[in-house]
Write a protein that binds this ligand. Structure first.
Ligand code: NAD
Length: 440
């Protein structure tokens, strides 16, 4: 099965070989949620957690599936399914994005909700984990239809979300505009509630710095990891898969810091330049002039799959899940992988990277900048107060540096790779909070 598809599939099932993993869980196919659970169970094993508590920590608190019917602009009916999974709220309200995509299903929502629980615990913001979305291709709907669909979704789930209950945010194919509709619609039921969603526009109770936050967090993560190895961002060759919110901000910020961005891709294809791209120029071309990355003049067009294995020091998958697999992991030339996307690495690829000494900076740390600044946005909403952008960025940097230092401590204490250290740290925190709050 060829996995590095330039397809619109968000995440794919991966056919596994029966040779890479020790233990009884050798199986033919692993879904996104099974991959997440595999990594969580590595932490459970290291911490020797008992079977009942494993079930408690692994199982989502609530899963909601709703039918959504709208009248389309031409008078016909549109029929869709929406999901919200609330994984754990021990450390704070459920928190996580909403995705609009044909591949949204309960398995992806479970996987991503669980990752949010561990991410918020690791980065140290007082939230739990949630995720959801609507099974829809938003590009096939008009803006008015999307608004009606979003409002129908909130009609269906408004009583299980809220500023102190569950706080959605943007994810793939949702943005500040969608968040504004949710804020407005929820407020019709419950009164003025900007804190019900994050990722709103700055003009409508959003936070300065939120748009760039995930990419900026990735840049901080890379800087910390390189510093630890006595290396600098300056001159480092970086390849980035995905040129949307996260990928383009990471590219822009790393370029400013002197990194050479040698490869870029989006759904239209990939481009390579060994000398490094002028990112502001690529941004202008892609977003203001041509609306496509691959037509950037003078660039060598390469296959999207080849980006993952191109000559570079750092590979940053910033698009979709399960793109680094046992099929390409041995060909990856990067020494560092910064998981800007959620779940880009399969269990097999992770094992291969560990064996090859490639440092994988896991998603629950690398892309935690987004939820960190979402927390700052929520805090500002609750306080009815606005922070300056440099205050937001400084606080984000503190969170990323602190979490990196904690990860190094855990790696050292247990002699484990960074992904396992991230899950061990997060699981320890949620477990402790669960025990202190009590389960009766
Ligand atoms: P986005 O929709 O803004 O951008 C996605 C980019 O990926 C686009 O450039 C798209 O063309 C590209 N893409 C899609 N399929 C591709 C493929 N097969 N090959 C190459 N490129 C492809 O989304 P985003 O907000 O940048 O999110 C990207 C990833 O980061 C997702 O996994 C998301 O869950 C994760 N993430 C996002 C945030 C955030 O704050 N936006 C926070 C944490 C994690």
């Amino acid at each position: 099965m060829h996995l590095c598809a330039q397809s619109s599939h968000l995440e794919v099932k991966v056919v596994l070989p029966i040779n890479l993993l020790a233990g009884a869980d050798l199986m033919a196919t692993r879904t996104a949620n099974e991959t997440t659970n595999y990594f969580i169970n590595q932490a459970f094993n290291i911490l020797d957690i008992d079977p009942t508590m494993r079930d408690v920590l692994e199982t989502p608190s609530r899963e909601v599936r709703v039918e959504l019917i709208i009248t389309k602009d031409d008078g016909s009916l549109g029929h869709y399914i929406g999901f919200r999974v609330q994984h754990d709220d021990t450390l704070g309200p459920f928190k996580g994005g909403l995705r609009y995509h044909p591949n949204v299903d309960i398995d992806h929502a479970r996987s991503l909700a669980s990752l949010m629980t561990w991410k918020t615990a690791l980065i140290g913001v007082p939230f739990g984990g949630g995720k959801g979305g609507i099974q829809v291709n938003p590009h096939e709907l008009s803006e008015a239809e999307l608004e009606r669909l979003t409002r129908k979704f909130i009609d269906a789930i408004h009583d299980i979300i809220g500023p102190h209950r569950d706080i959605p945010a943007p994810d793939m194919n949702t943005n500040a505009k969608v968040m504004s509709w949710i804020f407005d619609h929820y407020s019709r039921y419950h009164g003025f509630s900007p804190g019900v969603v994050t990722g709103k526009s700055v003009d409508l109770h959003g936070s300065l710095g939120r748009d760039a936050a995930t990419g900026r967090g990735c840049a901080f993560a890379l800087r910390e990891v390189l510093h630890h190895d006595d290396k600098k961002v300056e001159g480092t060759r970086v390849a980035i898969q995905g040129f949307g919110n996260v990928g383009s901000w990471a590219a822009r910020l790393l370029h400013e810091q002197g990194a050479r961005i040698v490869a870029l891709s989006d759904i239209s294809g990939a481009i390579y330049n060994a000398d490094g791209f002028n990112i502001p120029d690529v941004m202008k071309h892609t977003y203001e002039e041509e609306n496509t990355l691959v037509s950037y003049p003078g660039a060598q067009v390469i296959d999207g799959c080849d980006l993952l294995t191109c000559e570079c020091d750092v590979l940053m998958p910033a698009a979709i899940g399960h793109v680094l697999t046992e099929e390409n992991a041995r060909d990856v030339q990067a020494k560092y992988i910064i998981e800007a996307a959620n779940g880009p690495t399969t269990v097999e690829a992770d094992a291969i990277f560990n064996e090859r000494g490639i440092i994988t900076v896991p998603d629950i740390y690398a892309n935690a900048g987004g939820v960190t600044v979402s927390y700052f946005e929520w805090t500002q909403n609750i306080q009815q107060h606005r922070w300056e952008e440099d205050e937001v960025n400084r606080k984000l940097e503190n969170h990323m540096v602190r979490a990196h230092n904690k990860l190094r401590e855990t790696m050292h204490a247990y002699n484990i790779p960074m992904r396992q250290a991230a899950f061990v740290t997060a699981v320890e925190r949620v477990l402790k909070a669960t025990q202190e709050r009590g389960l009766q």
